[in-house]
Design a protein around this ligand. Structure first.
Ligand code: GAL
Length: 452
């Protein structure tokens, strides 16, 4: 049992504050080739590329597909009131376009109905990185047709679920999936180079706004957001070159997607390289189309980064100085733990004119958890959440319009290129038996949230 009591109570965040947990289809569902589902780029990538640690695949994962009732009950038992999950595009449209898989539609109806029965508010993410493999064959996010494909998928979801689901997230971290998947080749589909990256950025920026417009049109009283990965970028030293390097990285990591969304266009005045983005895509013509008036912005922050000038790295000419080398507290992903930096990120995003409300749609930490005698004593994770939530409360008390906080994540799950090695859950999963054990951090949340 956790012995650290929080220095705040859930009441301090206000009665209408949204407390949630977040999961994603490709990371949790399993059932990857059954009930009519088509393959996603992650199914293909994990099999072919062997780029995932230990050759892990998302095929079974924590089997949310069959265990959703149990997992929703656990969510409720821990005191959360919001459940964020994503809809698997290839479960709805096995070929990405064309034929609809009725079983997929029914599955999400069951999940939504169960949420509503338990009094959990569903927040639905439309794209959390599991593109249908069939569409990747046609170029995926680098293809112009993406806008058409994505619009159809969004339309189907809005028409099917819009009478039950009011809270929507269009994209999960566009910078995450375009950079890791289409430039660095570290995530599915494993592509590299500017030739893939630049069009992928632009199509994601357009799809994000277009998705918002479709939801606005089809779902009465919808509350529509989209999420951005963000990290405070700190120069390694005060020298001019490091400062400039930090500015370039900040533009890519934190500004590249939110600024066109808010109607400012790409932040290219500050980073001439982004002119290429405009020329390549004739993006200046699309300024209005990249804009959408989101009801809220989903901020997803885990760690800050420290960067220094590095002429050997193309374009950004910068590299990060790892937390492990800097001797600062970090998680098992090597990510720096720093609540103050989270506070500054919230401040940075709240300061944008046009950002009406913020929800922290993901935040959490992976540690090397041990299940001993039926208990997972994850004090480090409790300390992490405590520090980050204290920072959020400070931001909120200073007047920033932060409406909610969703912990990443409910159960241990498939952590992309890390496979099952990185455990982020509030609930431990034995991947052989699928046995769930609430970690002490899960009990910590329960104590915090049920004292409301
Ligand atoms: C986010 C991503 C999640 C999860 C988390 C922890 O970037 O949206 O799916 O994996 O990171 O790494």
């Amino acid at each position: 049992m956790p012995n650290t009591k929080a220095s705040f109570s859930a009441k301090d965040f206000g009665d209408d504050f949204l407390w949630g947990v977040a999961i994603a289809a490709a990371q949790n569902e399993g059932a990857h080739d059954t009930y009519g589902k088509g393959p996603s780029i992650w199914d293909v990538y994990s099999k072919k590329a062997r780029k995932i640690k230990s050759g892990h695949t998302p095929y079974e994962s924590c089997d949310f597909y069959h265990r959703y009732k149990n997992d929703l009950l656990l969510t409720k038992a821990l005191g959360f009131s919001v459940f964020r999950f994503s809809i698997s595009w290839p479960r709805i449209l096995p070929d990405g376009v064309g034929r609809i898989n009725k079983e997929g539609i029914h599955f999400y109806h069951r999940v939504i109905d169960e949420c509503l029965k338990l009094g959990l508010v569903p927040f639905v993410t439309l794209y959390h990185w599991d593109l249908p493999a069939a569409l990747e064959k046609e170029g995926g996010w680098s293809a112009h047709l993406m806008l058409k494909w994505f619009s159809r998928f969004v339309t189907i979801c809005a028409e099917e679920f819009g009478h039950k689901v009011k809270n929507w997230i269009v994209l999960n971290e566009p910078f995450g999936f375009t950079s890791l998947g289409y430039m660095l080749g570290k995530h599915a589909p494993g592509k590299i180079g500017m030739r893939n990256f630049l069009p992928a950025i632009h199509h994601a920026a357009l799809a994000q706004a277009e998705g918002g417009r479709i939801l606005r049109k089809l779902v009465p009283q919808a509350y529509i957001g989209t999420t951005f990965s963000c990290s405070e970028v700190v120069p390694f030293s005060n020298n001019e070159e490091d400062i400039k390097a930090a500015q370039r990285v900040d533009i890519l990591l934190n500004r590249l997607f939110i600024e066109p969304t808010l109607g400012y266009g790409y932040p290219r005045d500050d980073f001439k390289f982004l002119d290429k983005l405009e020329m390549y895509n004739k993006a200046w013509k699309h300024r209005e189309r990249m804009r959408f008036d989101f009801d809220y912005i989903g901020v997803q922050n885990y760690f800050p980064i420290v960067v220094k000038h590095n002429p050997l790295i193309p374009v950004v000419m910068a590299s990060d100085v790892k937390a492990t080398k800097r001797n600062v507290p970090h998680t098992s992903m090597g990510w720096e733990i720093n609540g103050d930096s989270f506070y500054r990120i919230l401040k940075k995003f709240s300061a944008y004119r046009g950002v009406k409300e913020i929800i922290v749609t993901e935040n959490g930490a992976a540690f090397k958890d041990q299940l001993v005698d039926g208990e997972v004593d994850d004090q480090k994770r409790i300390d992490y959440f405590h520090g980050y939530l204290a920072a959020l409360l400070r931001a909120k008390n200073e007047g920033m319009n932060i409406k909610g906080y969703f912990a990443w994540t409910l159960t241990d799950n498939f952590e992309w290129a890390e496979g099952y090695h990185a455990r982020f859950g509030l609930i431990h999963v034995d991947f052989k038996t699928q046995l769930r054990t609430i970690k002490n951090s899960g009990y910590w949340f329960r104590d915090l949230l049920t004292s409301r």
